[in-house]
Structure formats: structure tokens, C-alpha cells
Design a protein around this ligand. Structure first.
Ligand SMILES: Cc1cc2nc3c(=O)[nH]c(=O)nc-3n(C[C@H](O)[C@H](O)[C@H](O)COP(=O)(O)OP(=O)(O)OC[C@H]3O[C@@H](n4cnc5c(N)ncnc54)[C@H](O)[C@@H]3O)c2cc1C
Ligand SMILES: NC(=O)c1ccc[n+]([C@@H]2O[C@H](COP(=O)([O-])OP(=O)(O)OC[C@H]3O[C@@H](n4cnc5c(N)ncnc54)[C@H](O)[C@@H]3O)[C@@H](O)[C@H]2O)c1
Length: 479
């Protein structure tokens, strides 16, 4: 039955970004229509963050069993039953799904329409038989796996994040293309679940991270038996029996062959903008996605974009917390017409490998280029009592500060780095100095003490300064 709706706000895509916009607007009493063509929750819930973290948790348990002997327990080589691991992953998704469900959003007052949205003109979309004319639109259509133009790839079966969580049998030898967060998280998890894994990276593994910090994690993953090859050039992909064959450029114009039972493509993401007829609405795109201004407004002033589909100069890292951050800004801008511009300077990044890698603010190289004289403070987890007790001593905290001690950035490789980065995120966002962190009491024995020790190391040169020593000596003589 044809229907015309005239809400204040229409959101296209019910992933992390779209759901956040719709929930916040509905809670403010704004009439909202939310359109989703596939599963509520988008990538993060169904084929991204949630299943990957559940799979990683299964791998962690397997690894803990392997390493149990060091704690005086019977060590054992666990056998992963992939069908049951898949069931675990699915049950975690099912436990979280009600938060993102049609029922919950309907109860919030959102009109949820299932179907594919397409713009008719600058102020109208159609979804099947429903026409929506809204005061404002938010495009939150996300991204899909980018498939690199490697000859032969389209002729072989390959997995992506959209299919890898459906495996019910262990891949004997998994080849992963791409050593970004997706590739490395899944490579380590499958290795821990018993697969042989080879990762092929065209450039540098974890290229967005501080190389010294990344090196701690890459060394640990390699020690567990994952082969990570960097700076490779894949010439072509072929089928080989029941599996796949990768042909790499070898030395002196030769070729090198790598065979595997399964191939996973984790070579980046591509914004989903096709099928929306954005041109009909006057919304410009580039190869990164929807072009926006610094306020996430598209070239059509009625329309905003959030999350993974954002391209142009204000594209951010593709994270759920970035999609949520975008959503907060757009709700304020669309409804209250006031919001700060998007600013990634204080957005943290975490890769959930073991040891975890997390960072916020400037990396050393960027800070040197921008601030000239900087200082680098470090503290290793090997010098932390809790890490020693738990035998998780790999990694370090590396902090970049100005000469006067203002915290410009922090990178961590180590246990729970994703949790430990939070005070540093506050420090960068609020322009705090090492004095602020060094001056508070941290509970003992916690992993967090690495942060205090790194901050306190700022004062180490002071302790050996002749002036300070002279002053201490003088005060001692005065009684
Ligand atoms: C394997 C993996 C692991 C990840 N792990 C993490 C992590 O640990 N932490 C983190 O912060 N980020 C992680 N990410 C990134 C995170 O998943 C994304 O940044 C996030 O999902 C982006 O949200 P979004 O709302 O922009 O898009 P999506 O979640 O992709 O949602 C977009 C929605 O729009 C719908 N849609 C598209 N076109 C239309 C249309 N024409 N009409 C109607 N609906 C449409 C789609 O069906 C989809 O449901 C991970 C990603 C992957 C692939
Ligand atoms: N922990 C997290 O928060 C998390 C986890 C997974 C994904 N994500 C997000 O998802 C996005 C996508 O992650 P990703 O790892 O797929 O992408 P990415 O762009 O970070 O990494 C892809 C890697 O693939 C390599 N590559 C591309 N083509 C290749 C080729 N032909 N041969 C060999 N290597 C090739 C690239 O050089 C790059 O290093 C990221 O931006 C990330 O923010 C976040």
C-alpha cells in the first residue's frame, strides 16, 4: 500500500551510526524514520566488532589453556570445534541484538522501515511503496570489504568478514590478504584455534600505528606461529586442488607460490553509496565515500552523513566509536543547529590483538613535525608487578609530550591496552600535562600503574640535576 511519511528526520542505515542518530533524536521527541535493508545492527553487531571479539575471546581461552603450565597447571593443547565456536559467536550476537532490534526502536517511537532506500530528489527517498519526505536526512550506509584488483581473485572462493564467522570447520591453512586490524585480529584468533595462518601485506603491518609499538604485537603474533609477510606483491590468485594458490613476485623477477586451504580478504573497506541514487539528491561522493564538510553536512544542505560511508577530507578511521561520535555531532547540528566540527585528534584507536595495541593523539613522527622539540616517555609492562603476576609482560607505554610536559599522544602495546588508553584520551582531549597524571594515586597492583610510571619518568632527568641535588642537600642540612 503506497504511503507518504513526513518525519523531521530520516536515517538510512541501522548500523552503529544510524542507530545512534535515531535513538538520540527519538529520545528528544523528534519524529524519526529509520530505513534498513538488511539486519538491524549493521556490520558491527553482525559481521564486525561483536563476532570478531567473540572469536578472539575463544582464541584467548585456547591460548590460556596452552600457557597454563607456566602457572603450575596442567597445560593442554585444546581442540577447537569450529561449529561450536560459531555457535558461541552467534549466541554473543543474539545476546546483544535486542539493543539494536526493530522492537526496541519501535518502542522508542522510531518508525522502522525494512527495505532499500533510494533518493528521488533533494528531499525525498523511496523504500518500496513508502515515500519519505523529511526535513533532514542522515546517510549511514556503512562500508563493505574492499576487494583489491588482484588478477584471478574473482575466480576463486574467498572469505571476507561477511562470511568468515560462518566457518564450521577449521581452515587447515588460512591465507589472509591485509595486515590491518581486521586481518591481524582474525589471523591471531584462527591461529590460536589451531589453524596455520599466513598474512600477506603489501606495505607495513599495522601501518597506522607507531612502528615501535606495532613491533611488540607483531613479534608476539609471529611467536605464536603466524607468518606475517610485509611488502609483498601478489601477482595473481589461482585455485589449487580444493584450495587457493597465491603467486607472489619473488626475487629477481621470479615467482613464489603460497598454497592455502582458505583465503580471507581483509584489504580495507569501501563505502556503500551505490544504489542510493545520491546524484538525484545532489550529494557528491569521491572514492572514499560521501563528501561532507567539517560538520558532516553533504553537498545537499538537508542531508548529513555519518560513520563508515563518510569520504572526502573528513573521512575518519572506520570505527564504531567514530560512527557514534559522528552521530552525536549530527544530532546536535540537525536539531539544535549548533555543534563543534568533527575532530579526530582525540579519538582513540584499538586493535584487539594480543598484546592489544591502542593509541590516541599524535604519534612520535607527527609530533616532531608539528612541535619540534618533544620528549618521549616510556614504561615497559615487564616493570609492572601485576603484569608480572599475570605473565603478561610484553609491550610498553610510549607517551609523547611537549618540552613542558603537555601530553600530545600515547601509544600502548600490552595487556588491556584498549582500557589503559582511556586516561590518556582524557589527557589529550583536556590538554593535561604529565603532572596531572603523575600527581594522582593509582591503586596497587594494577596494570594502570604503567601509565603513572611513564608520566613520572618525565621528572627522572630532574632527579639527577645538580640544582635539585644541591637544593635537597641544603634542606637536609637545615634539618
Ligand atoms: C571484522 C571487523 C571488526 C571490527 N571491529 C571493530 C571494533 O572492534 N571496534 C570498532 O570500533 N570498530 C570495529 N569495526 C568497524 C565497525 O564495524 C564499523 O566502523 C561500524 O560498523 C560502522 O558503522 P556504520 O553505521 O557506519 O555502518 P554499518 O554498521 O555498516 O551499517 C550500515 C547499514 O546501512 C544499511 N544500508 C546500506 N545501504 C542501504 C540502503 N540503500 N537502504 C537501507 N539500508 C542500507 C546496511 O545494510 C547496514 O546495516 C570492525 C569492522 C570489521 C569489518
Ligand atoms: N579493532 C578495531 O577497532 C577494528 C577492527 C577491525 C576493523 N576496524 C576498522 O575497519 C577498517 C578496515 O580494516 P582493515 O584491516 O580491513 O583495513 P586497513 O585499511 O586498516 O588494512 C588493510 C591492509 O590491507 C593491505 N592491502 C590492501 N591491498 C592489498 C593487496 N593487494 N595485497 C596485500 N595487502 C593489501 C593494506 O596495505 C592495508 O595494510 C579499519 O579502518 C578499522 O578502523 C577496526
Amino acid at each position: 500500500m503506497p504511503e507518504i511519511l513526513r518525519p523531521d528526520l530520516c536515517v538510512i542505515g541501522a548500523g552503529s551510526g544510524g542507530l545512534s542518530v535515531a535513538a538520540a533524536a527519538a529520545m528528544l521527541g523528534v519524529p524519526v524514520v529509520l530505513v534498513e535493508r538488511d539486519r538491524m545492527g549493521g556490520d558491527c553487531l553482525n559481521v564486525g566488532c561483536v563476532p570478531s571479539k567473540a572469536l578472539i575471546a575463544a582464541g584467548d581461552r585456547a591460548q590460556a589453556a596452552r600457557e597454563a603450565a607456566a602457572f603450575g597447571l596442567n597445560g593442554l593443547e585444546p581442540h577447537a570445534n569450529y561449529a561450536r565456536v560459531r555457535d558461541h559467536v552467534r549466541s554473543v550476537i543474539a545476546a546483544i541484538a535486542p539493543n539494536d532490534s526493530e522492537a526496541r526502536f519501535t518502542a522508542l517511537g522510531v518508525r522502522v522501515i525494512k527495505g532499500e532506500a533510494r533518493f528521488l530528489d533533494k528531499e525525498t527517498i523511496v523504500v518500496g511503496e513508502v515515500t519519505v519526505k523529511a526535513r533532514r536526512f542522515v546517510v549511514a550506509t556503512g562500508s563493505r570489504p574492499a576487494v583489491p584488483p588482484i588478477p584471478g581473485l574473482d575466480g576463486v572462493p574467498y572469505l571476507t568478514n561477511e562470511t568468515v564467522f560462518d566457518l564450521t570447520r577449521r581452515p587447515e591453512r588460512l591465507i589472509v590478504i591485509g595486515a590491518g586490524p581486521v586481518g591481524l585480529e582474525l589471523a591471531q584468533a584462527h591461529r590460536r584455534l589451531g589453524a596455520e595462518v599466513v598474512v600477506l601485506e603489501a606495505e607495513r603491518a599495522l601501518a597506522h600505528e607507531d612502528p615501535e609499538i606495532a613491533a611488540h604485537a607483531l613479534a608476539a603474533i609471529r611467536r605464536e606461529g603466524v607468518t606475517i609477510r610485509e611488502a609483498v606483491r601478489i601477482l595473481r590468485v589461482e585455485t589449487a586442488g580444493a584450495g587457493v594458490r597465491i603467486v607472489l613476485a619473488g626475487a629477481e623477477e621470479g615467482e613464489e607460490i603460497i598454497d592455502g586451504s582458505h583465503l580471507l580478504v581483509a584489504a580495507g573497506r569501501q563505502a556503500v553509496v551505490d544504489g542510493l541514487d545520491l546524484e538525484a539528491a545532489g550529494i557528491a561522493t569521491d572514492k572514499g565515500g560521501v563528501i561532507t564538510d567539517a560538520g558532516l553536512r553533504t553537498t545537499n544542505r538537508r542531508v548529513f552523513a555519518v560513520g563508515d560511508c563518510v569520504g572526502g577530507p573528513f573521512a575518519g578511521y572506520r570505527f564504531t566509536h567514530v560512527a557514534n561520535y559522528h552521530a552525536g555531532l549530527v544530532v546536535r547540528r540537525a536539531l539544535f543547529r549548533r555543534a563543534p566540527n568533527v575532530d579526530y585528534a582525540t579519538v582513540p584507536r584499538v586493535t584487539y590483538i594480543d598484546p592489544e595495541v591502542a593509541s590516541v593523539g599524535l604519534l612520535e613522527e607527527e609530533a616532531r613535525a608539528r612541535h619540534g622539540a618533544i620528549r618521549v616517555l616510556r614504561w615497559p609492562f615487564a616493570e609492572n608487578d601485576r603484569a608480572q603476576a599475570e605473565r603478561t609482560t610484553r609491550g610498553e607505554v610510549k607517551v609523547i609530550v611537549s618540552r613542558r610536559g603537555r601530553i600530545l599522544g600515547c601509544s600502548i602495546a600490552g595487556p588491556r591496552a584498549g582500557e589503559l588508553i582511556v586516561p590518556w584520551t582524557l589527557a589529550v582531549a583536556r590538554r593535561l600535562s604529565v603532572k596531572d597524571l603523575a600527581g594522582i594515586v593509582f591503586p596497587y597492583p594494577t596494570l594502570s600503574e604503567v601509565s603513572r610510571r611513564a608520566a613520572m619518568s618525565f621528572y627522572a632527568p630532574l632527579a639527577s640535576s645538580p640544582w635539585v641535588r644541591a637544593l635537597v642537600g641544603l634542606l637536609r642540612r637545615l634539618g
